[in-house]
Design a protein around this ligand. Structure first.
Ligand SMILES: [Zn+2]
Length: 301
């Protein structure tokens, strides 16, 4: 039967809210476990039109899950996690933390990249090659509203942020570095930058700004242990994302079938609810992908 205006209104309100929340889907952050960041928000650096962004990076005490190349041990003071992420993985175009480049564990995506390279595909033509990202706790000092939001989590390209600010931190005079994330104003700096309006939101014009305030304790306490909020997937989970839900090698398919339903469920609950693009894949695309994989398998065997 036809729905009443009241029902339609209710459903449309929910639909509109969902669409609003998803209006700027940021696939880059789908490896952050939102259940572990409490009330903190993921910050998206919108294009700056004349007014630069200005942020303070908030340090935190490291947990036990830093990617090994960070050379940070539990209990050390850190200000970011520097990590390798595969983007555009599988039909769902997911972002997946690379087990190989971060933790020295086997990575089915890196294996797939290797296969493609062997087949003659150019590295830059492969959308799933690992990309270097960096995650910070930041307070955005753009205006009163962003400042009052407190600490937010920012996931950004290493090349666009960490690389240029490390270059800035080197003091030509002393040869040492400036600890820009230090809480006290005598050493710490705010960082200003511009964000382009292009597809890649290129970040330029990084500069340090003197601070006339120390980072207060309540802000320091809000910062999360960034190494503890990473979604680290098992090899099987990664394969399922890489090949779509019907993936996995034919040999393993029988063994995997039984556990698949349960592990898929657990993955669904682990990721954020609004990250629908990770789970709702267009059926046609999945079929196409499966066909390609089957063809590749046929060629290999
Ligand atoms: Zn990898």
């Amino acid at each position: 039967m036809a729905k009443t205006f009241e029902q339609m209104k209710k459903e449309l309100l929910e639909r509109t809210k969902k669409n609003y929340d998803r209006r700027e889907p940021d696939m880059g952050s789908s490896f952050i476990d939102r259940d572990k960041i409490g009330d903190l928000k993921i910050w998206r650096a919108a294009p700056t039109k004349g007014n630069p962004h200005i942020i303070d990076i908030i340090p935190f005490v490291a947990g036990d899950n830093f990617p090994t190349h960070n050379q940070i041990e539990e209990g050390n003071i850190a200000y970011c996690v520097d990590l390798w992420v595969h983007q555009n993985v599988g039909p769902s175009k997911s972002s997946v933390i690379c087990p190989a480049k971060n933790y020295g564990e086997p990575c089915p995506i890196c294996e797939e990249v290797e296969e493609l390279v062997k087949e003659g595909v150019e590295w830059k033509e492969i959308p799933i090659v690992p990309k270097r990202r960096v995650i910070y706790n930041v307070v955005v000092m753009d205006d009163e509203k962003t400042e009052s939001a407190g600490v937010q989590i920012w996931d950004v390209s290493y090349k666009y942020m960490e690389d240029p600010i490390l270059a800035l931190s080197k003091s030509a005079r002393t040869g040492g570095v400036i600890a820009f994330a230090a809480p006290d104003k005598s050493e710490g700096k705010s960082i200003a930058f511009d964000v382009g309006n292009d597809t890649y939101r290129k970040i330029t014009g990084h500069r340090f700004e003197a601070r006339d305030y120390d980072i207060p304790n309540d802000i320091l306490e809000q910062a999360v242990q960034l190494d503890q909020i990473l979604i680290i997937m098992s090899e099987d989970e990664i394969k399922k994302i890489l090949y779509g839900s019907s993936g996995g090698s034919s040999k393993e398919e029988h063994e995997e079938k039984e556990e698949r339903s349960s592990s898929r469920r657990s993955r669904t609950t682990r990721t954020e609810p609004d990250d629908v693009q990770d789970h709702e894949e267009p059926k046609e695309e999945e079929k196409k992908r499966k066909k390609i994989i089957n063809q590749k398998r046929a060629v290999k065997s």
